[in-house]
Design a protein around this ligand. Structure first.
Ligand code: IMP
Ligand code: MG
Length: 201
């Protein structure tokens, strides 16, 4: 696994200050290598199918940007923006769609690109909402899977990494809208976690 020392000296990360992460969980190099593998697999599986890759804003924007460049086949990209009513576990994943898809997914091969699947409730709700549009196929690609926190069953076709507990930040993932610009995935520091009560998402 990655170094146990926070990489706060990493270029681009210094300005975030001390004590933001307790541990680097995945380095930029480890993420990049896995994204290349996922892209190669997707290119094989979706060759000739002209898929639509769909991401949920804002958490997926960095993963999506890297993943599509690692997938050298014709494909299209679209995004959904949602708003949460509160912590996932309280709302059962019910969200409001703030920005719907611009593309029609009817009869199309759809790949849902997710940053992290935790309880699974958010994605479960969104997939239920979109199922009525009758895509030709619908699969899930998640950068990070945290199966121990799963509350609802979800078939994950493509998985970057399986991780255990902890609140992750960086590579698009935020804590209270900050730290998306960290180039690695890190474990949010206990100090910040304690100061905030709990990491509500
Ligand atoms: P879920 O509905 O619990 O699966 O998670 C919903 C969303 O919460 C994810 O897509 C992420 O955007 C966010 N999230 C879940 N776990 C984390 C985490 O550890 N760090 C940052 N964001 C998270
Ligand atoms: Mg997300």
């Amino acid at each position: 696994m990655a170094s146990t020392r926070p990489m706060l000296s990493h270029r681009g990360a210094e300005q975030l200050g001390e004590g933001v992460v307790d541990r680097v969980v995945l380095t930029p190099e480890q993420i990049a290598a896995r994204v290349q593998e996922l892209g190669a697999e997707l290119a094989r599986d979706y060759e000739g199918l002209n898929p639509i890759f769909i991401g949920i804003l804002k958490g997926t924007f960095i993963f999506m940007a890297d993943l599509v460049r690692a997938t050298p086949i014709p494909l299209e990209v679209d995004f959904l923006a949602i708003s949460r009513y509160g912590p996932t576990t309280k709302t059962q994943g019910v969200v409001r769609i703030l920005k719907d898809l611009e593309l029609s997914i009817t009869g199309r091969h759809v790949l849902f690109v997710e940053d992290i699947i935790d309880t699974g409730l958010t994605l479960h709700f969104i997939l239920r909402t979109l199922a009525s549009r009758q895509p030709a196929s619908l699969r899930i690609c998640a950068l990070v899977d945290i199966p121990r926190r799963r509350l609802v069953e979800l078939p994950i076709a493509y998985r970057g990494f399986t991780l255990e507990e902890g609140f992750l930040i960086g590579y698009g993932l935020d804590f209270r809208e900050r730290f998306r610009n960290l180039p690695y995935l890190g474990l949010l520091s206990e100090r910040l976690l304690r100061a905030s009560g709990s990491a509500s998402r």
